[in-house]
Write a protein that binds this ligand. Structure first.
Ligand code: MYA
Length: 588
């Protein structure tokens, strides 16, 4: 069910260029605001359904779901999972035709916020199941495959898992070693090993990936494995710091024969399929972080308003207000950005890979800092195992690591932005950026042609006029981002792939720009609905977020030129040579 009916047509022919990704275009200095204005409106029919699902989920879990028991027993009762399936939360986005709830990405995220508030382990078990476990079947499955698997998965009669990571291929997912060889009868024989697989021994259906040969080329294939297949062995369970109810396992594939009808998509397309599934999963971690932070905020407000010290509630102290104010204002921005991304998916924007990576990085890091600050405000009480903070902190520590380690995703975002800029530069003169002398002329030509192309959409004109100051500031930041991107490419050419300090700065800058655009769109909709006067608090929070985000953008882009990166790499290399700290103050 589409949240937004259709993407409105751009205003004139010059701006009517094919644009597949809002975030990638920002690196080119282009703001395709018709993709992000107006704010995506929830479908009224869907709103009712979400309310009913959330209410059912809350009342069921209040009675029958005990997070501590799940942690002690290290799994969720099968009966509870069956009940949750009956409530409808095991097949949230699956078409009604296959027995699911047919929710949009936005609707899915809203129910997942509630799941995340109840318990992170529950969110991960259900998230592994539908966010990534059977997402591939829903996105790339044939009609026959959907009919075969989705009804049982959506109803919770079967559980799914996603198996990509291997001992030698974590962040470098392209480098998986598992291998599938096609047989004369069209089936495949699979060998290899996977690790850190959630729902590992419980899953009935596992989406997995292996290398394969297609037309003599080394490619990847996506396969659906089923419990009980000969040679599919479940290995030992990992003993983890948090999410202790998550059944995290090794899996071994020993000559597993996979029938042709279990191949997902085209052989050779496996890596693209894996990445597309993860794009969806990463948004889930962004919106899940929104839900988890709301819970932390509730805990924090309750604690600081009740607890008194020095004859006053903690809430009265400035440094407490600083933390709570930061939490609320950043949450407002993160919520806008993550739901804006859901809106892009629902509107059918083809490429949201950068946006989803941005949501994952921003969401999981904010949640981590928020949890730390919330625990700090709870004082000694926050450190007790009987209190909720201890478990939350343990459970969420993995979020910045899994589904793409955050620094790897930052590199992915920056390189994803460099790519269209590099292509444009190369395309102008057909000269490789790897050729330092040849490219100079091209870059000069490009700079000149750019001046003539000022009609490209480089301003935000659809924000409410009361927000025009912020909209202009964001337009300026986009211009600066594009300028720095081009300058870095010109300076480093192909070597840019090694410049991780600079990649991080660009990735963080574009994340803050995207978040500001989302906030402007959100508040414009609030102004339109309620009037400017009546929306004073939202305006105040939004402006606070935008001003802080703008300062971060300035900081990050400013450091591209002036930084101590070389000192940091030298110190690190020296310490590798010394093998330890090596600057002992005492000689004992
Ligand atoms: S699941 C396992 C998680 N693992 C990863 O995420 C792996 C991380 N690594 C990668 O993503 C890739 O290997 C990177 C690129 C990014 C490093 N969308 O040359 P390339 C295309 C679309 O850049 P590499 C888990 O943890 C690219 O354009 N396409 O490749 C469970 C290119 O195509 P072309 C993409 O340098 C957690 C081609 O691929 C994407 O090797 C459980 C090659 O690209 C993309 N994103 O790698 C979580 N990336 O050749 C449960 C690349 O055409 C969730 N490409 O240009 C629960 C949710 C609920 C939470 C609730 C909380 C409370």
């Amino acid at each position: 069910m589409a949240v937004r009916e259709a993407i409105p047509k751009p205003p004139d022919a010059e701006t009517e260029q094919e644009v597949s990704s809002f975030a990638k275009a920002l690196f080119l200095g282009e703001i395709h605001e018709q993709l992000v204005f107006p704010w995506p409106r929830p479908d009224p029919g869907e709103r009712e359904r979400i309310r009913a699902l959330n209410a059912g989920l809350r009342s069921y879990c209040a009675e029958s779901y005990d997070p501590r028991k799940v942690e002690e027993e290290r799994w969720i009762d099968d009966e509870v999972l069956r009940d949750l399936g009956e409530i409808g939360v095991m097949g949230l986005y699956v078409d009604e035709a296959y027995g699911g709830q047919g929710l949009s990405q936005t609707g899915y995220a809203r129910v997942f916020e509630t799941i995340g508030e109840i318990d992170a382990t529950l969110a991960i078990v259900l998230g592994v199941h539908q966010s990534i476990g059977y997402k591939g079947i829903s996105l790339f499955g044939t009609e026959e495959q959907k009919q075969r698997w989705l009804p049982d998965l959506a109803a919770g009669r079967k559980l799914a898992a996603f198996a990509l990571t291997e001992p030698e291929a974590g962040s470098d997912a392209y480098g998986i070693q598992s291998r599938a060889v096609e047989q004369p009868d069209g089936s495949w024989v699979l060998n290899g090993e996977k690790r850190y697989i959630g729902n590992g021994s419980r899953a009935d259906v596992i989406t997995t990936f292996a290398r394969c040969e297609v037309d003599g080329k080394d490619r990847h294939v996506a396969l659906i494995l089923e419990k009980g297949m000969e040679g599919l062995e479940v290995g030992e369970r990992y003993d983890t710091m948090g999410l202790r109810g998550n059944d995290l396992r090794r899996l071994y594939f020993k000559d597993v024969r996979v029938p042709a009808e279990n191949v997902l998509g085209e052989p050779g397309e496996g890596f693209r399929i894996a990445m597309q599934i993860l794009n969806n999963g990463r948004i889930g971690l962004g919106t899940g972080s929104v839900g988890a932070t709301k819970k932390l905020l509730d805990l924090t407000i309750a604690h600081v308003t009740e607890r008194e010290q020095f004859g006053r509630p903690l809430a009265d102290f400035e440094l407490v207000q600083d933390k709570v104010g930061w939490m609320v204002s950043y949450l407002f921005g993160l919520e806008a950005m993550t739901y804006m991304t859901c809106g892009l998916v629902d509107a059918g924007v083809p490429d949201y890979s950068l946006e989803s990576a941005i949501c994952k990085v921003a969401g999981t890091e904010f949640l981590w800092y928020a949890a730390n600050r919330s625990l700090q405000l709870a004082g000694g009480q926050g450190y007790l195992r009987s209190e909720p903070w201890e478990k939350i902190v343990r459970d969420i520590r993995i979020f910045p690591i899994f589904e793409g380690a955050n620094d790897v995703l930052r590199a992915f975002v920056a390189l994803g932005g460099f790519k269209p800029v590099g292509e444009r530069l190369e395309g102008l003169g057909d000269v490789s950026l790897g050729d330092p002398i040849g490219s100079i002329g091209v870059l000069v030509d490009y700079a000149a042609s750019r001046a003539k192309r000022e009609v490209r959409p480089d301003r935000i004109g659809m924000a409410h006029q009361e927000l025009s100051g912020h909209a202009d500031a964001v337009s300026g930041q986009v211009k600066q981002l594009a300028g720095e991107t081009e300058r870095l490419l010109r300076e480093h050419k192909g070597e840019i792939i090694e410049r991780q300090f600079q990649q991080k700065r660009l990735a963080d800058a574009v994340a803050d720009i995207f978040a500001q655009v989302a906030v402007l769109s959100r508040v414009t909709a609030i102004f339109d609905d309620q009037g400017v006067e009546a929306s004073g608090q939202e305006r105040f929070i939004a402006e606070t977020f935008c001003e802080r985000a703008a300062a971060r953008v300035e900081g990050n882009l400013g450091q591209i030129e002036s930084n101590d990166d070389e000192r940091m790499t030298s110190i690190a290399k020296l310490s590798y040579r010394r093998g330890s700290y090596g600057y002992a103050l005492f000689e004992d």
